[in-house]
Structure formats: structure tokens, C-alpha cells
Design a protein around this ligand. Structure first.
Ligand code: KG4
Ligand code: ZN
Length: 344
């Protein structure tokens, strides 16, 4: 089975062809235009520029994939929600056009489910053990999902958003009350350095940290039993500290920057991992997944592995096979699109 997948929810015009041989999802062709350099000087993504660039680049990207290849796919998958409305509409319009022209079914895919199922790319499906608990952490969302391959019994809370995907059942069980972790990384990087994107710089500076600092940010767990996340307070702690330093004319030395980056990353990672493991224990998970842009963070992955070894020995911890599958991409939309198609 083959799908042409289109993803234009934010600042990447991404078009991939994904194959599924009933055991493994693989990438056939991929083409993308990243707008990062176009938004850099504005210190963040500008929605109007993003939608204009999608409309300028998408036909070129599709032409480079080749119309012969598109003729060969079984159906078209496209991200419809959530994302920047002006960007999503470009992908949706082009997908509808291709679907009508080539007379192929059109499958609408939710972007977050794409992140959840990005883990299946290039992984043997028979190796995965259920139930599994997934943390999707990106610039715009920070949620915990449970996925099973059998009954709905675990998902009997009427407030949860539930869905069937191929042979799987999925429910969103917890979420962020305000900012997402990635958004918090972006905003803190902007406060400290300016130009977008700055998240990698936080991790790089954290690696240079020397363990003689007594700086400590409060970990925001909300309450002992709360599963929801809140990261806006995390961001406020950093901005409060920067303002206090400025008031006292304390220079932001390289050493201080490394201390702030390290302590900020530790605080965010600790909250994410402890909540994920708490959910894993509550649902007796066999596997824990990390997905979304923030799953590129190596410290997050290392912390998750060591904390899971301590609290849930034997549980398998995974994130997408490649970092490119963590960030927004059409491959994950293809995987979710194929699972959705199998529902029909
Ligand atoms: O999934 P994604 O590409 O887009 C959304 O759906 O939002 O995620 C992008 C986000 C960025 O905002 C950035 O904050 C975060 O992923 N990110 C990271 C790292 N790499 C990307 N956050 C922390 N550490 C990283 N190494
Ligand atoms: Zn995303």
C-alpha cells in the first residue's frame, strides 16, 4: 500500500510517499522545503509568510516528486488540523486537486496523531508491545496518549478524545493547560539569544555546564497526582531571573548562560518524564513512546531511559527512528493516513 502524504501545518512544505507492506512503514520518496531561514529574522514563524511560501513552493515540491510516482499511489493523505489555518489550507487545496485529478481517495489526518504514529516508521510492527503510553511534545502541543491493540476498557473516561486507527485504539488522556514544552524552549531561547530557532543552543549550552552552580528552578508538577502539564510558569521563572540580573547590572556571562540553560532543561525534562512514567504505571504500559519535535532532545531521552529503568524495569522506551521523524514531516502523516485508510 502506498500513499502520497502532504504536511503544511506550520513552516515546512513537506511531501513524502510512504509504503506499507503490512509489517513495516518505509519511505519511498521525500521532498520538503524548510522555511526556517525565511522566518529567522522575525525571531519566530510569521503566519502570513508561512502560507505565502507554502503556496509558492508546493507545486515545485510535487513536480520534483514526479507525476508518474503520484499516479502509482493508492490514495492521498493530508494534514487538516491543528496548525496555522493559512498554511493548512494550501496543503488541503493541493491534496484535493491531486485527489480529483488522479481519481484517488483523499484521507484527512490530524497532525498530532501523525506525531503519535511517527514511531512506527521503519520499525517492525510485530516488535511493539501494548498497551503503550505516548508523550507528544512539540511547539504547539504537549499531550499524553494511550494506545492499545485490543479493547476499549482502558479508555472508558467519557471526557477523553478517542479514536480507532487501523487495528489500534487511541485516547488522549492528559494535556498541557497552557504552553507546550517546545514553545517554552523556543521562548526561553528567544529571551536569551534572539533569532529563531534557538532550542538546540539550549541543549548545547547545557552540555557545557560546570557542576558548581546553585541555581535551581522550581519543577511545576501542579499537584502530587495531577497528570496535566503547565510550562508557562517555567518560562516565567527564566524571565524573572533575567530581569532580576538586569536590575542588579549583573552581566550575563557565558558561565551564567550555561547554568540557566542546564537548569531550565533539567526542570522541563524532569517534569515531562515523571508525568509520562506516572501515566505508564497507571496504565501498566509495556512500551513508552516519545514523539514530536522535543523528542529530538537527547537529555530527555536519556532521562526517560534511566528513570524508566528505576520505576518500570522491563518497559521499552522508544522515540522515532530518526530525528527527522520527530520534527514535523509528511512521513508521519502518511503512516497515520494508512492506518486511517485501513479503518474504512
Ligand atoms: O513537532 P514540531 O516540528 O512542530 C510542532 O508540531 O510544533 O516541533 C518543533 C518544536 C520546536 O518548537 C522546538 O521547541 C522543539 O520542537 N525542539 C526541541 C529540540 N528540537 C526541537 N526542543 C528541545 N530540544 C531540542 N533538541
Ligand atoms: Zn508537529
Amino acid at each position: 500500500m502506498k500513499t502520497l502524504a502532504i504536511e503544511t501545518s506550520c513552516d515546512d512544505t513537506s511531501v513524502w510517499i510512504i509504503n506499507f507492506d503490512w509489517q513495516i512503514f518505509t519511505v519511498d520518496s521525500l521532498l520538503a522545503y524548510s522555511q526556517i531561514q525565511d522566518h529567522q529574522k522575525y525571531w519566530g514563524v510569521v503566519p502570513e509568510i508561512a502560507s505565502r511560501l507554502h503556496s509558492e513552493k508546493i507545486i515545485e515540491v510535487i513536480k520534483n516528486i514526479g507525476l508518474e510516482k503520484i499516479k502509482d499511489v493508492d490514495f492521498i493523505s493530508v494534514t487538516i488540523h491543528p496548525g496555522l489555518p493559512g498554511s493548512l489550507v494550501v496543503g488541503k487545496a493541493v491534496a484535493s486537486l491531486l485527489s480529483s485529478y488522479f481519481v484517488k481517495p483523499l484521507i484527512h489526518v490530524n497532525h498530532i496523531y501523525g506525531h503519535v504514529f511517527s514511531i512506527l516508521l521503519e520499525r517492525n510492527m510485530t516488535d511493539i508491545q501494548f498497551p503503550l503510553v505516548v508523550l507528544t511534545a512539540s511547539g504547539g502541543h504537549n499531550d499524553i496518549y494511550i494506545v492499545t491493540d485490543n479493547e476499549w476498557w482502558m479508555m472508558n473516561n467519557e471526557w477523553w478524545e478517542r479514536k480507532k486507527f487501523g487495528g489500534y485504539k487511541i485516547a488522549r488522556v492528559w494535556y498541557t493547560l497552557d504552553d507546550a514544552a517546545g514553545e517554552c524552549f523556543d521562548k526561553v531561547a528567544r529571551m536569551m539569544w534572539g533569532p529563531y530557532p534557538g532550542w538546540q543552543r539550549i541543549s548545547d549550552k547545557a552540555l557545557q555546564w560546570k557542576s558548581n552552580s546553585d541555581l535551581e528552578f522550581k519543577r511545576i508538577f501542579l499537584s502530587k497526582d495531577a497528570f496535566e502539564f503547565s510550562f508557562s510558569w517555567m518560562k516565567s521563572q527564566v524571565s524573572g531571573l533575567l530581569k532580576a540580573l538586569e536590575k542588579k547590572w549583573t552581566p550575563l556571562t557565558e558561565e551564567l548562560i550555561c547554568d540557566i540553560a542546564y537548569e531550565f532543561q533539567e526542570a522541563v525534562v524532569e517534569v515531562m518524564v515523571k508525568k509520562l512514567i506516572r501515566a505508564g504505571i497507571a496504565f501498566d504500559a509495556k512500551t513508552l513512546w516519545l514523539a514530536g519535535g522535543v523528542s529530538c532532545n537527547d537529555r530527555l531521552r536519556a532521562y526517560m531511559q534511566s528513570y524508566a529503568n528505576e520505576k518500570m524495569p522491563g518497559v521499552v522506551c522508544v522515540r522515532p527512528m530518526q530525528k527527522v521523524y520527530c520534527m514535523d514531516n509528511a512521513a508521519m502523516i502518511g503512516v497515520a493516513g494508512i492506518l486511517e485508510y485501513l479503518n474504512q
